[in-house]
Design a protein around this ligand. Structure first.
Ligand code: A2P
Length: 344
């Protein structure tokens, strides 16, 4: 009996360790990032832990989280569990987390980072991003926590009329504080998220350490061709969040994933519509981080490296672009750092 369970254990280990891995690309910092990662936005803390374990077993070696998502502890637990099981080593995994907008003042950056670092408890962070260029006021919500605790504040502060409480902290100053984190050795690469082209160039004009990526919403309905080209010319990768177009929040009608042309391509390549949509964004030049907490869909989303969309079919996919933005932070649109008031 014992022999059987040991044999099953060894077989399971072989299956896990021989899971085919995704290609990687080299960042300007010199580190490699797998071109697909597991997104965890809206993964509840409870679901995130199992999802990360399932993803690692499926071959994912890149996990994306954020202070905002409230699941850093569980993401870290899952990765450490897989290290303890011997499935991966720390250096096999690329972990991204993000600085939330209530901590943009340079003196807040270190404190917020340290909390994420402790939450994840992985020895170092591979990539730390400024989550969003607009900064928010810190408004106390939890009076039981000391006011120097990062969890004491609302993440989306609003005034009594429901208006977003933004401030004018310059993200350039935030960036200089991010560079110090790299110098401290606790994070390997730094980057930005939800920045437009003008904001990107402002960062580049003062940076000693360049952003390695800009993580933006990107899917066939918002294919971001201009920002991808612009960033590529500056050796900044694009990471596509919501690469499936968040089908659960939409009626589905306007999304590529349910477009008849995509269904046709799915049949042609013997793939699912989700796989066609993800493969498109990969070939469009972005790193992708589809979110799922469902084991089968986690595997489905990873299984996109055995086919390639032809040039003609890429053009069919390009033509689905209608600049349909799902996450637009609209209540911040009067702030001077609001990123979506210009073309790209
Ligand atoms: P679930 O977590 O239940 O799988 P995006 O990454 O574009 O933000 O989309 C995430 C949403 O898409 C989640 O609601 C997720 O649900 C769902 N999803 C993830 N993978 C697939 C898939 N292969 N097919 C359909 N829906 C998916």
């Amino acid at each position: 009996m014992r022999l059987i369970s040991v044999t099953i254990g060894i077989l399971a280990l072989i299956v896990c360790t021989t899971a085919k891995l995704a290609p990687t690309i080299r960042l300007s910092s010199g580190y490699d990032i797998p071109v697909i990662g597991l997104g965890t936005f809206e993964s509840t803390a409870g679901d995130a832990e199992q999802a990360v374990k399932d993803a690692i077993d499926a071959g994912y070696r890149h996990i994306d989280t954020a202070f905002l998502y409230g699941n850093e502890v569980e993401v870290g637990n899952a990765i450490r569990a897989k290290i303890d099981e011997g499935v991966i080593k720390r250096e096999d995994i690329f972990i991204t987390t993000k600085l939330w907008s209530t901590f943009h003042e340079p003196e807040q950056v270190e404190k917020a980072f340290q909390r994420s670092f402790d939450n994840l408890n992985l020895g170092y962070i591979d990539l730390y991003l400024i989550h969003y260029p607009v900064s928010y006021r810190r408004v106390l919500q939890n009076i039981r926590l000391p006011s120097d605790d990062v969890n004491a504040f609302y993440v989306f502060p609003v005034d009594k009329d429901g208006k977003s409480q933004t401030t004018d902290v310059d993200y350039v100053d935030t960036w200089l504080a991010m560079e110090k984190l790299v110098q401290s050795g606790r994070v390997r690469s730094i980057g930005i998220s939800n920045f437009n082209s003008v904001q990107t160039d402002r960062i580049l004009s003062i940076a000693t350490i360049k952003p390695v990526t800009n993580q933006i919403e990107c899917h066939p309905n918002l294919n971001q061709r201009k920002l991808i080209n612009f960033s590529g010319q500056r050796n900044i990768t694009i990471t596509a969040y919501s690469p499936l177009g968040r089908p659960h929040t939409q009626s589905g009608k306007k999304l590529a994933i349910s477009d008849p042309k995509v269904l046709e391509l799915a049949q042609k390549y013997r793939k699912t519509p989700a796989q066609v949509v993800l493969r498109y964004t990969l070939q469009n030049g972005a790193i992708i981080i589809p979110k799922s907490t469902n084991k089968n869909r986690i595997q489905e989303n990873f299984n996109i490296f055995d086919f390639e969309l032809s040039d003609t079919d890429m053009q069919i996919m390009h033509d689905l672009n209608n600049n349909y933005r799902l996450i637009n932070f609209e209540s911040d649109k009067d702030n001077k750092n609001y990123p979506f008031n210009i073309d790209f």
